[in-house]
Ligand binder design. Structure first.
Ligand SMILES: Cc1cc2nc3c(=O)[nH]c(=O)nc-3n(C[C@H](O)[C@H](O)[C@H](O)COP(=O)(O)OP(=O)(O)OC[C@H]3O[C@@H](n4cnc5c(N)ncnc54)[C@H](O)[C@@H]3O)c2cc1C
Length: 372
């Protein structure tokens, strides 16, 4: 696969995404919003990107992929995030489940699932967290036990975004009880339509429904739906988290309101505000560089666990400071549930929790550092 990503190719991709998002906006088909990659779900929009070859961009052509580089994919994801576009239908499959299956899945699983992610016929949700297993993910209690021709899944997942719309779930389950909780975990692909899968909604403090609880009662999983090695799920999920943590969404979730603040500051004579905004703009430039380095590392075949954790930690701090700076401006006064700032403010407590909290990331970075 040729990973050379000439600037012209990235520029052409950026132009294409800008023209799609601007056409959709001008036709009134969506309004930009913060945290759109998690909260704004529009199957038609994702299908349009699929038709343009903008999903599964880095995957082999034999699975419907575009054989492009992660740097080119970053150009596309940055533009989608900047536009606050409704990308939630394909984001999880494209960002992390496809890459995890490509890295560890059997040929049969790759042939079955990857083309469906590319065409957005498969919509994935993430079944990792449980009531007693969030930061301490290795404490998962959901079990998968061997059955004729596959496995039987029993357990309870929580905070599962878009489980009520997903066709498939990625599930981390315990396949063996051992002294060491990081051992005996296995990754699966589960049909959300299978008998025994029950989804119930959780409405968040913004009044929105993307979270769910998911219960599995004796759900049958065919044998080929194991991702990778049985019992090696922990090692694999740590790698997968680098796909989850290392993208531009860890920096640009609140970009639509940040852009409004930059434009607002440019028209003000408030020098203090200009200094704050200028400093945020330069931090954003550094973070974009870090995103680029993660993309380069992915292009060279690595799973950049430590860089991705650092990117998420620094990106979360940046976005928290964006929200705080906005509070000082007219744009941040009297937020409502539906105003741009109101939406960003209500989404922001989740930024530092999902995909690993600050404490978890710092501990992971420290462990990696002392191992080096
Ligand atoms: C918007 C959003 C979307 C999400 N979507 C999904 C999804 O689709 N699928 C999914 O599986 N999960 C999802 N999650 C869940 C998310 O991964 C968990 O919230 C996260 O792992 C934290 O777990 P917890 O909520 O149980 O909090 P806890 O683990 O209870 O942590 C609460 C606080 O305690 C701190 N803490 C915990 N342990 C330690 C420690 N040992 N040392 C120091 N501090 C500690 C944490 O840093 C955190 O600040 C989502 C969460 C959010 C906010």
């Amino acid at each position: 696969m040729d990973h050379f990503a000439p600037q012209e190719s990235c520029a052409a991709l950026r132009d294409e995404v800008r023209s799609v998002t601007s056409a959709w906006r001008s036709q009134g088909r969506y309004s930009p919003r913060s945290d759109a990659w998690l909260r704004a779900f529009d199957l038609e929009f994702s299908k349009e990107l699929a038709a343009r070859g903008l999903i599964g961009m880095t995957w082999p052509a034999e699975f419907g992929g575009g054989e492009r580089s992660n740097v080119e994919r970053l150009a596309v994801t940055e533009e989608l995030l900047r536009a606050g576009a409704p990308v939630a239908a394909h984001w999880i499959g494209d960002r992390q489940i496809g890459p995890a299956i490509l890295r560890h899945g059997s040929r049969e699983l790759q042939e079955e699932i990857l083309p469906q992610i590319v065409s957005v016929d498969a919509i994935f949700c993430l079944g990792m967290s449980e009531p007693e297993a969030g930061s301490d993910l290795a404490a998962v209690r959901t079990t998968a036990t061997p059955a004729d021709g596959g496995w039987r899944l029993n357990g309870h997942k929580i905070w599962t975004s878009h489980a009520h719309r997903a066709t498939h779930a990625y599930v981390l389950a315990r396949t063996e009880r051992t002294e060491r909780k990081h051992h005996g975990l296995t990754e699966f692909v589960v049909d959300m339509g299978a008998a025994g899968v029950m989804v119930s909604p959780i409405v968040d403090l913004a009044g929105e429904h993307h979270f769910n609880e998911v219960r599995f009662e004796d759900v049958f999983i065919p044998a080929h739906r194991v991702i990778g090695e049985i019992g090696a799920g922990w090692r694999q999920v740590v790698e997968q988290l680098s796909f989850e943590r290392g993208g531009a969404e860890r920096v640009l979730s609140s970009y639509p309101v940040f852009a409004q603040m930059v434009a607002h500051a440019a028209q003000q004579s408030d020098s203090e505000l200009r200094v704050v905004v200028g400093s945020l703009v330069s931090r954003l430039a550094v973070l974009r560089q870090l995103c680029w380095e993660v993309a380069r590392a992915l292009d060279s075949g690595q799973a950049p666990v430590q860089q991705a954790a650092a990117l998420k930690y620094l990106g979360n701090a940046f976005e928290r400071d964006v929200i705080e700076a906005l509070r000082r401006t007219e744009l941040g006064r009297e937020p409502t549930m539906s105003s741009s700032f109101g939406q960003a403010l209500l989404a922001s407590p989740g930024f530092g929790l999902r995909g690993g909290s600050a404490e978890v990331l710092l501990s992971l970075i420290a462990k990696q550092e002392t191992r080096a």
